[in-house]
Design a protein around this ligand. Structure first.
Ligand code: NI
Length: 139
């Protein structure tokens, strides 16, 4: 069989506030480890999200995954949940989970993984700044 797997990507953006804080640590340790990101009054990021879906091209459609469906899924599962929110205070997902870029990527992966056929691979890349970004899963 010829190799016809292709990766398709959808790029989205959301704005959210957060604070990195470990309640098990002293204020001093939190400030030392998280620096400005521990600011008690929160701060915002303009997150760029890239969702990668990899799989075989469907011979009937020529698609790996319908990009309109992918766009709608990201909107419903991610943007409607996190855009213009305070991640620590406004979302269930980060009430007890430090909203680092790493954890946000894992949460987004889990939200989307449930909705995308398991024959397709899914990967999340999340930019917290232009220079700082994370990818999940790693393989
Ligand atoms: Ni931050």
């Amino acid at each position: 069989m010829t190799e016809n797997r292709v990766a398709v990507f959808r790029k989205e953006n959301f704005n959210a506030a957060h604070r990195l804080h470990n309640p098990d640590w002293s204020d001093e340790k939190n400030a030392r480890i998280f620096g400005k990101c521990n600011n008690p009054h929160y701060h915002g990021h303009n997150y760029d999200l890239i969702v990668q879906v990899t799989g075989a091209v469907d011979p009937e459609t020529g698609y790996v995954f319908d990009m309109k469906i992918l766009s709608d899924l990201i909107k419903e599962q991610v943007l409607d949940r996190f855009d213009h929110k305070n991640l620590n205070l406004d979302t269930r997902e980060f009430r007890n989970l430090n909203p680092s870029a790493e954890n946000i990527a894992i949460v987004i992966y889990k939200l989307l993984r449930d909705k995308i056929d398991t024959t397709l691979d899914l990967k999340i890349r999340l930019y917290e700044t232009e220079r700082n970004f994370v990818e999940y899963p790693v393989h």
